[in-house]
Design a protein around this ligand. Structure first.
Ligand SMILES: *[C@@H]1O[C@H](CO)[C@@H](O)[C@H](O)[C@H]1NC(C)=O
Ligand SMILES: *[C@@H]1O[C@H](CO)[C@@H](O)[C@H](O)[C@H]1NC(C)=O
Ligand SMILES: *[C@@H]1O[C@H](CO)[C@@H](O)[C@H](O)[C@H]1NC(C)=O
Ligand SMILES: *[C@@H]1O[C@H](CO)[C@@H](O)[C@H](O)[C@H]1NC(C)=O
Ligand SMILES: *[C@@H]1O[C@H](CO)[C@@H](O)[C@H](O)[C@H]1NC(C)=O
Length: 376
């Protein structure tokens, strides 16, 4: 009798323990998925007003292995969703600025945008639309602390009309994205052959003289993003933003394409010795930059193809920017040329550094292409 009772009791205890384990496991799973799914739900309910939800949010970058900073902000967001999970203790943070860090995913984004170039655009109008942009085209989010300071560099010559549209569309987008930024127009003076990559090197150097930037976004003046989820800041790898342009049928023209709009942190930029200075005329410099990135053990990251869409302002091919016939040979040689041609060997002369309400205009002389090798 007693033995039987003992057996039963033991059995019950075992069952209870098992049940407890199971309950524990289930709760852990629920908590685990809750955090992630709520994050994704949040992203997609906000981003997919009416459209089909996509299934992954992997293009957003959280580095959970990073001590404190990222994880803390991650927890901070998770906190609002899961009030029961709090970091142990209830230490009040040391009294610093009351302003919180900017959220990884800014809450005011609207997603897909309507971009058109039919309406007349004037600088006065764009200025009125953007009263909070300060002299030189700078903006700092008033309600949160951005993690990065971003310089946006635009190589430029004779494209004043395009610039108006660019400013009209980009200032509000960047503001919604909670980017702490400054806009730098690098104007190539004179009528020599255009040199996009060298102007970008100049932009990097001059922007750093103006403020302590840690991220650089290089954009052509005629490219407008069609979706504000394409966040203009730097990532853990060099970023290519303009992956789906209307002129290429909203597809990447080839796998190694790095043209249009790209972004590198200061560290990434220095690792590849900046951009080449010796690509005169249209084409090739972006492929050279792509080569520099891969040759230095980095890889290019891109947004989702639905988000990285761009509209290009239609225009005639510029004068003095004819396709560079040497570009195919040159990009074969990046490995040999990148150490001796780059930010370390950049020479130029600034003739004017002028701050306008919506941008800073830096006018430079960058020289001219070397004489063509004579062939008899
Ligand atoms: C959206 O989902 C519906 C049904 O779930 C499907 O028929 C449609 O093709 C989807 N549209 C897109 C753009 O994915
Ligand atoms: C994550 O952060 C750590 C520490 O800052 C860094 O060493 C690591 O490279 C980062 N990983 C990625 C994928 O960015
Ligand atoms: C992370 O937080 C701990 C305590 O909360 C602190 O001791 C440590 O210095 C922090 N590390 C970094 C990199 O901020
Ligand atoms: C400009 O800043 C003021 C004060 O912070 C704010 O009330 C206003 O809404 C802002 N305007 C725009 C267009 O962002
Ligand atoms: C920048 O300044 C130069 C003259 O120094 C001028 O030719 C050019 O149009 C200006 N560009 C812009 C966008 O203001």
């Amino acid at each position: 009798m007693t033995r039987l009772m003992l057996g039963r009791t033991l059995e019950r205890i075992c069952k209870a323990v098992l049940l407890l384990c199971l309950v524990h496991f289930v709760i852990m799973m629920i908590l685990y998925f809750d955090v992630y799914s709520q994050r994704f739900d949040q992203i997609f309910s906000r981003f997919n007003n009416g459209r089909n939800a996509s299934r992954s949010g992997h293009h957003y970058y959280y580095n959970l292995s990073r001590p404190n900073a990222t994880y803390a902000s991650y927890l901070a967001t998770a906190d609002q969703l899961l009030p029961t999970v709090r970091p142990e203790g209830n230490h009040t943070p040391p009294t610093t600025k009351p302003i919180p860090p900017c959220p990884e995913i800014p809450p005011g984004l609207v997603g897909r945008l309507l971009i058109e170039f039919a309406s007349q655009m004037t600088m006065e109008r764009v200025q009125k639309e953007n009263p909070n942009v300060t002299e030189g085209g700078k903006y700092t989010p008033p309600d949160c602390r951005a993690k990065q300071k971003v310089a946006i560099i635009i190589p430029f010559r004779h494209r004043d009309n395009h610039l108006k549209y660019w400013l009209h569309y980009l200032h509000p987008i960047l503001r919604r994205q909670k980017i702490d930024y400054g806009i730098y127009i690098i104007t190539q003076l004179g009528e020599e052959t255009f040199n996009r990559a060298k102007l970008l090197n100049v932009g990097y150097t001059e922007a750093l003289k103006d403020a302590e930037y840690d991220c650089f976004i290089f954009s052509d003046v005629d490219l407008i993003p069609m979706d504000d989820r394409n966040l203009y800041h730097c990532y853990d790898q060099p970023r290519h933003f303009a992956i789906a342009m209307d002129k290429f049928g909203f597809r990447l023209p080839y796998a190694g394409y790095f043209g249009g709009v790209s972004g590198l942190s200061k560290k990434q930029f220095l690792k590849i010795n900046g951009f080449p200075n010796e690509y005169w005329g249209w084409g090739g410099e972006d492929d050279d930059i792509y080569n520099r990135i891969t040759l230095n053990g980095m890889k290019v990251v891109r947004p989702d193809v639905r988000i990285g869409r761009y509209r290009m302002i239609k225009h005639e091919r510029d004068k003095h920017n004819e396709p560079n016939p040497q570009r195919f040979n040159k990009i074969q040689n990046t490995k040999n040329t990148m150490k001796r041609d780059g930010i370390s060997t950049l020479t130029y002369r600034v003739l004017q550094f002028k701050k306008y309400p919506l941008y800073t205009n830096i006018s430079v002389e960058i020289g001219k292409p070397p004489p063509r090798p004579f062939r008899g």
